[in-house]
Design a protein around this ligand. Structure first.
Ligand code: V55
Ligand code: FE
Length: 522
């Protein structure tokens, strides 16, 4: 889509950047709509709220800043009786409030306080823009360089920073904590956990009351970008991307991350508990680092412990740097035709620390991202995989990651069958969330909800897909406006949400005034 400046010749205080033009145009909207326009029938068994968050800078950002540092703007869609209410609201982070008051950016580059205005250097540098997770009766807005912000699940008001309080010693909290449904724990990690560019990693769990357990601290082989993890009953696998942070570079007012083609994709395999039964050859307190070649294993699906004693886990993979805005130290950006796929990694825990692992097995040979599973079975071997894909044979684009993801896939590991939902070449699909048909439904039996952005129409809608017939939606929820692409989102069932209050303002029924044109019927 042409940017407005192209035909008008007028300029704006907003920097011209890909993530701020066309479908990346700032949304900056807050508001609510009750009973959105829908097509088809939404099953009344879908009862709960879909929360998602987008990067949506409220003030024009530093023109050198990166697309992943915009203010977190939450959208919530509450499903009730086949109807959907919607609310959008910014997370009122310290940073957002400071910048809105100043009417301009005070924060410079991503996670580089040396580039921030001196008066905000000691403020919390979190845009809370990456994930929204409900745990311990709290709605958490997450950014991995800081601790969570807690929000009110109905009003979306920001309640406070650091809801788990003084028991948390780390400065950071991943945007991808994982729920172990069998033990009812949230498994959390944080990297750069003792401060900027440190190699300290913390791992712990939070129980259903928000109490911390099983804390351990380990050291990363280098100060790596550790965005996601995977868990099994006994292990946590941390996934390191081949970027590096260095304090000297931060002090020189440069980007936090530089890609390093000499670094391999690296996995730190850590026993989750002190009493984890260790395989032969492992010492108490040990963790092992395994690596492959240079690539970016972006997001994980699930992990499990095989009957053969090996650990397996699945992730999306880009065979290059997927973040061109964080080039190498000397400015090298990734190949424009970088390939991407979805793979299964295998760790033989008999292999010593520092081993190189085998090539992963390719599960889907198409650009794939945002993999999700039926999370009731997290930590076990999953059969079904749901994810965003680029469907090449339906499209005229090349088979590479920078084309955008035009569909969804549902893959069965048992049958090997992949089913596809294609949204159209003008459309991009965002991360799918899965809702079980009921709490006892078999794995993968239920619905998928995903946001679809129609680029030509400049609009958005939610598709609701029954996993029994994945190819076309059973219902569509039309948004009245275009919203920016989400980073991540999650479904929270109404049985889990504490309050039954409406997400939107409710209107009380008036008494008839008798001021209309006809007299009342008697
Ligand atoms: C990612 C996104 C982030 C971030 C770090 O998609 C990694 C990966 C939206 O912010 O801070
Ligand atoms: Fe992520």
């Amino acid at each position: 889509m042409a940017s407005t400046s192209e035909y008008s010749g007028l300029t704006s205080i907003w920097p011209l950047a890909l993530d701020l033009a066309g479908s990346g145009m700032p949304c900056r909207m807050e508001g609510e709509v009750s009973d959105l326009v829908t097509f088809g029938d939404i099953p009344s068994a879908i009862e709960g709220t879909f929360y998602r968050v987008m990067c949506d800078p409220y003030v024009p950002p530093d023109p050198h800043n990166v697309p992943i540092d915009g203010d977190g703007n939450i959208s919530a869609f509450r499903f009730h009786n086949g109807r959907v209410d919607m609310k959008i609201k910014y997370i009122e982070t310290e940073r957002y409030k400071l910048e809105r008051n100043a009417n301009k950016a005070l924060f410079g580059l991503y996670r580089n306080p040396f580039t921030h205005h001196p008066c905000v250097r000691s403020a919390v540098d979190s845009t809370a823009n990456t994930n929204v997770v409900y745990w311990a009766n709290r709605l958490l807005a997450l950014k991995e360089g800081a601790l969570p912000y807690e929000l009110d699940a109905s009003t979306l008001e920001t309640l406070h920073y650091d809801p788990f309080g003084s028991q948390i010693k780390a400065k950071t909290f991943t945007a991808h904590p994982k729920v172990d449904p069998y033990t009812n724990e949230l498994v959390v990690f944080g990297y750069e956990a003792k401060g900027l560019a440190t190699r300290d990693i913390v791992i712990y769990t939070l129980d259903k009351n928000g109490k911390k357990h099983d804390e351990q601290w380990i050291e990363s082989p280098w100060c790596a970008f550790i965005h996601d993890c995977a868990i099994t009953p006994n292990w946590i696998i941390l996934v390191l991307w081949p970027f590096e942070a260095k304090l000297e570079r931060l002090k020189a007012k440069k980007q936090h991350w530089a890609w390093n083609y000499d670094l391999p994709a690296t996995f730190i395999v850590v026993p989750r508990r002190k009493n984890t039964q260790l395989p032969a050859g492992w010492k108490q307190g040990e963790h092992r680092v395994y690596s492959w070649k240079n690539c970016m294993a972006i997001h994980t699906a699930g992990a499990w412990e095989g009957a053969d004693g090996k650990l397996y886990f699945e992730s999306s993979r880009v065979h290059d740097n997927a973040f061109p805005f964080f080039p190498t130290e000397d400015g090298k950006t990734p190949a424009p035709d970088a390939k991407a796929d979805f793979v299964r990694w295998e760790f033989d825990l008999k292999q010593p620390n520092g081993s190189t692992i085998l090539d992963p097995q390719v599960i889907l040979d198409v650009p794939s991202e945002f993999p999700r599973i039926d999370e009731r079975f997290m930590t076990g071997e999953h059969e079904f995989l749901f994810l965003n894909v680029f469907i090449p044979d339906r499209s005229d684009g090349g088979n590479n990651i920078f084309h955008g993801l035009n569909g969804l896939a549902m893959h069965s590991h048992k049958t090997g069958q992949t089913r596809w939902f294609y949204a159209g070449d003008d459309s991009l699909v965002q991360e799918p969330i899965f809702i079980p048909r009921d709490s006892n439904a078999p794995e993968g039996d239920g619905w998928i909800i995903a946001m679809v952005e129609q680029r030509i129409a400049n609009g958005c809608h939610l598709v609701i897909i029954d996993t029994k017939e994945f190819e076309k939606p059973i219902a569509i929820v039309q948004l009245p406006l275009h919203v920016k692409a989400q980073v991540h989102g999650n479904w929270v069932d109404s049985s889990v949400l504490p309050k039954k209050e409406s997400l939107v303002r409710t209107i009380t029924k008036p008494t008839i005034s008798n001021q209309g044109s006809l007299a009342p019927l008697t």
